[in-house]
Design a protein around this ligand. Structure first.
Ligand SMILES: [Mg+2]
Length: 248
């Protein structure tokens, strides 16, 4: 959990509006303002992707494991937390072999272009990214999704949800290979974003990444989206701002 309280809706609105103004005035300067957004758990809620995969498991299990199949067929977004086993236990799927089988299917499907169409934008995300883009920001989507398996689906999902993509001043930056850890990838990429302009803000749902951006760009706002994050997350730097969503 973030060590810092999440901003109230009013404070969140004031912060996000202030950031749009900051971008607008910085865009008059010599170097473009850059705003960096993570995708999963930041701009996009990927829990519906997991729900869709569990429904696939439900149909595979229909005759072999009818009881668990029924449970998985009725799973809702609200049941999904960070770890799959932690999502399944409270709804009554605890058998080790079943959890392992569901996990194998989930892992084979979750990190694929095809399933990204199930993701939905976090509240206000589309409007906010459009607003900073229209105010003159270069928008960078910096994601732990990998280029071979997830870049085309990411591009399509961003386009279909109305995020600025495929236009001057936008970038989609993906991991070159699935095996690279998100943490290592972002640590290597963060300093390179200087070549695009002056980073003024970054948004991520992982405390470790928020701490990294605060260290790399101390003048910029580093923002945590308080959605879901890894169970092994480090403590959040007190300088990081915590938001519930992007409503402004
Ligand atoms: Mg994320």
């Amino acid at each position: 959990m973030p060590s810092k309280p999440t901003l109230s809706p009013e404070a969140q609105q004031a912060f996000l509006r202030g950031l749009i103004e900051r971008v607008a005035s910085a865009s008059q300067g010599p170097r473009p303002p850059v705003v960096v957004f993570d995708l999963d758990g930041t701009l996009l809620d990927n829990r519906p992707r997991t729900v869709a995969i569990l429904r696939e498991v439900a149909s595979v299990w229909e005759t072999t494991r009818p009881e668990s199949s029924r449970i998985l067929a009725s799973v809702e977004v609200e049941n999904i937390v960070y770890g799959l086993a932690d999502s399944l236990a409270p709804i009554g799927v605890t058998d080790e072999a079943q959890v392992a089988e569901a996990h194998t299917h989930w892992r084979a499907r979750f990190f694929t272009d095809e399933m990204l169409r199930h993701d939905v934008p976090v509240e206000g995300a589309t409007q906010f990214v459009r607003a900073v883009y229209d105010a003159g920001a270069t928008v960078v989507y910096l994601t732990g999704r990998d280029l071979p398996n997830m870049s085309l689906g990411s591009w399509q999902s961003l386009r279909d949800h109305g995020f600025p993509i495929g236009v001057a001043g936008t970038e989609l930056v993906c991991k070159p290979a699935f095996e690279i850890s998100d943490e290592v990838f972002k640590r290597d990429q963060a300093p390179l974003l200087r070549r695009l302009g002056d980073v003024v803000a970054s948004f991520d749902n992982e405390p470790g990444n928020c701490n990294l951006f605060l260290r790399t760009y101390p003048q910029a706002a580093s923002v945590l989206l308080d959605t879901q994050h890894s169970n092994q997350a480090p403590p959040l730097d007190p300088g990081v701002i915590v938001l519930r969503n992007f409503a402004f």
